[in-house]
Design a protein around this ligand. Sequence first.
Ligand SMILES: Nc1ncnc2c1ncn2[C@@H]1O[C@H](COP(=O)(O)OP(=O)(O)OP(=O)(O)O)[C@@H](O)[C@H]1O
Ligand SMILES: [Mg+2]
Length: 237
Amino acid sequence: MKNIPRVKTGIKGLDELMGGGIPEKSTILLAGGAGCGKTTFALEFLYKGAKEFGENGLFISFEESVTELKRNLPFNWDLDALIENKKLLIVRYDPYQYEDILDLIRSNVKETNAKRVVIDSITALNLYVENVKDVRKLIMDINEQLGKLECTSLFTGEIKNDVPQQISRFGVEEFIADGIILLLLNPRGSELTNAILIRKLRGALHDKKMHPFKIGEDGIIVYSKEEALSESKVHSF
Ligand SMILES: Nc1ncnc2c1ncn2[C@@H]1O[C@H](COP(=O)(O)OP(=O)(O)OP(=O)(O)O)[C@@H](O)[C@H]1O
Ligand SMILES: [Mg+2]
């Protein structure tokens, strides 16, 4: 097994499932249904990167505004301090100006010296780019741009909770992504419980079990020693 340097997510219990973290300079698709924790996960990846690992981060939102993102964050993290110290940049792009996206990404990455980049979400691009072929091209171009800039990137993407087999919306994300992390909401009795599964990770040995996770007081906690048991058929994909 080659020894690819890893980028630690810093999310409790997760890095050990991936042999130490996300392979450096790769693109990960973080896929899940509505409200399963994608944005929270993605923000933690950048927060921990800046706070604990000395890597600056760029969060590109196509959905919530910067104010909404800060307000909805379930943790008492001082994002403003990181932003003031230029370790973190959160920007909301106007998806109507998608022609400029590549230039914006390049200048924002250079401005922040970002090593970690989040795009939240690539599904939202569909709202503004009519043709699926154009969305695919845009996603591929964004990925190529981030590769040239040598960033480790996380793209969030929405899948329908009831169809976990359908990982990508546009039929291209799962192929361009070097890895896929699935966030699931499993029915257990009358309750929905959070679970995480590393579905693919190119060039890395990784855990393939579904594990429970929860949104704790100070960050996400993945229970790496426990298996998530689901009453639904999500195991079958
Ligand atoms: N303090 C908290 N403790 C536990 N769970 C929480 C807390 N705050 C929010 N949540 C859960 O997190 C979910 C929202 O998380 P998040 O916004 O990260 O999900 P998402 O997958 O990005 O959602 P969306 O599909 O709207 O983009 C809420 O629906 C709620 O279930
Ligand atoms: Mg979200």
